[in-house]
Design a protein around this ligand. Sequence first.
Ligand code: SF4
Length: 192
Amino acid sequence: MRLNLARTIPRSAANGPGERFVLWVQGCPLACPGCWNPDTWAFERRDLRSVDELAACILATDGIEGVTFTGGEPFAQARALTLLAERVRAAGLSVFVFTGYDLAELTRPDHLALLAVADVVVAGRYVEAERATGLVWRGSANQRVHFLSDRYGPIDMKEPGEVEFHIEKDGTLTVTGFPPAEMLPDREVSSP
Ligand code: SF4
């Protein structure tokens, strides 16, 4: 089975506990106004990678704590991500998922299967009017952090406002994380 990805970063400390291999999936049906990754909305072929290939790549990355699925909308590719999550979890890695859906909306069997192998899910639409800085792992105040296994808890939530800049060999720049207020465009933000 294959995944359609927008991009990956093999090591990030801004997308969940510890250092994590991050996958941005391609395709999101939710179209939140103000989304920071609109290039990931289209359900068009971008970077097709097999679960086997990705699992090997992740498991060959030294010293990471786990994987993070973001996007795009991970639950739009729930079956393939569940297979990948099972593989990395069997090797002792953790699974962290960002989704635009609220947990109560994730009721299909393929959704439930992915939830069953996730340690943490950050859930909810990005709402521009509720945009906030100072919230760990969230961009707007309506979003919720759900600890679905006993691997982590609120004590593992790090300092807010972490942001990273990754420059690839071909010069591509990826900005990821949750920038502090002073790095954001001049728009109103909520306090945590
Ligand atoms: S769910 Fe995420 S990727 Fe999809 S539109 Fe909303 S913020 Fe963007």
